[in-house]
Design a protein around this ligand. Structure first.
Ligand SMILES: Nc1ncnc2c1ncn2[C@@H]1O[C@H](COP(=O)(O)OP(=O)(O)O)[C@@H](O)[C@H]1O
Ligand SMILES: [Mg+2]
Length: 354
């Protein structure tokens, strides 16, 4: 049997009145993949997920699940389960009845329902709470109840829209791990919407980075982190994201704030006006570096984050120790220019270097 749960979005457009919420997006999600839709609020993630679920339909384009055109098929015909941010549990029903609900709609026999509810509840560790109502559960327990209801029909597609965002920080981290375990054990395709890049990085096999109704990049977390395709992606990924500084490129010479740096090879571009990107942990404090002003240092526990002004540009530098510098000091910094990222300042696109 071939694996199920392949999703294809082809040239999808969605407008709300004259507003273009999705502008010709293409996406191919593999069976059993954990796929994240990552992007800032308003970038079109939920709209995309709702169309895959059949809660909304596109103005243009085709949606296929396992090769079948489902663009205009009703949700009930799609073998899909969805978990929403607010869980959408029925408050007047017990946990047991909430979980059983999809099976009752499918007219499954009572004995089977009983067995499957217990099984789903055990999977997410709420089998001791079956007689309570949602109002008598903590946020984390409600979330598990919503998950149990979603997995009970063993759908081939599992759609999750910011399912952890109502949990407190600690529970969110814990549930994140369990969610990944759950998806692996169920062997289903999961499509997971989040604005939290750390969630996408840790959970996803692959992700699509959304911005303003378009997909900026599709790739594994490593690809997106190590080779962001555009300046916008670079500015979004990483906590904090990489520093982005305007620079001038002439052959192998990169000029940053009036200081020349020599690259080992000339980047394959005609662009002279570039943006150089460097992660906070890759900036060095160097007595021969460019003088910057330490605006504010932040203690992150295991490291410090120095907020420096290089001219008018803020540069964040992660250091293991404070090295005797205090806020207001002049701190010279330097860049390992062979490890930096380069972008064309005009097109915003990454300049790929060998
Ligand atoms: N039903 C709707 N009517 C009008 N505008 C909508 C509707 N749904 C979403 N939008 C708009 O479409 C854009 C994308 O929304 P959404 O997909 O919910 O973003 P995200 O989930 O990435 O935060 C937003 O600007 C939002 O205001
Ligand atoms: Mg949303």
């Amino acid at each position: 049997m071939t694996a199920k749960g392949r999703v294809n979005l082809k040239n999808i457009c969605k407008r709300f009145g004259s507003f273009v919420a999705l502008d010709h997006i293409d996406l191919e999600i593999e069976p059993v993949e954990f796929f994240a839709l990552l992007g800032p609020s308003g970038s079109g993630k939920t709209t995309t997920l709702r169309m895959i679920a059949g809660l909304d339909s596109p103005d243009e384009g085709v949606i296929e699940v396992d090769g079948v055109d489902v663009t205009h098929a009703p949700p009930g015909e799609r073998d899909i389960a969805m978990v929403f941010q607010n869980y959408a549990l029925y408050p007047h029903m017990t946990v047991r009845d909430n979980i059983a609900f999809p099976l009752k709609m499918d007219r499954v026999a009572a004995a089977d329902i009983k067995r499957l509810v217990l099984q789903a509840a055990e999977t997410v560790d709420i089998d001791h709470l079956l007689d309570r109502r949602p109002g008598q559960l903590s946020g984390g327990q409600q979330q598990r109840c919503a998950l149990a209801r979603a997995i009970i029909r063993q759908p081939k597609l599992f759609l999750l829209d910011e399912p952890l965002s109502n949990l407190d920080a600690q529970l969110r981290l814990q549930t994140r791990v369990e969610l990944k375990k759950l998806q692996r054990s169920l062997n289903v395709t999961a499509i997971y919407v989040t604005h939290d890049q750390e969630e996408a990085m840790t959970l996803a096999d692959r992700m699509a980075v959304f911005l303003d109704g378009a997909i900026m990049q599709i790739g594994t977390p490593e690809e997106v982190f190590n080779r962001p395709r555009t300046i916008q992606v670079a500015a979004f990924i990483g906590s904090p994201p990489m520093n982005l500084l305007p620079a001038n490129l002439q052959g192998t010479t990169l000029t940053i704030e009036g200081r020349d740096f020599e690259l080992s090879a000339a980047p394959p571009t005609q662009a002279e006006s570039v943006i150089m990107g460097t992660r906070p942990s890759h900036v060095r404090i160097d007595p021969n570096g460019i003088p910057a002003q330490l605006y504010l240092s932040e203690n992150l526990g295991e490291s410090y984050l120095l907020n420096l002004y290089l001219g008018e540009h803020l540069v964040k530098v992660r250091v293991a120790e404070m090295l005797g510098v205090t806020d207001g000091d002049t701190v010279p910094i330097s860049f390992d220019v062979n490890a930096i990222h380069l972008f064309d300042a005009n097109t915003g696109l990454r300049i790929e270097r060998g």
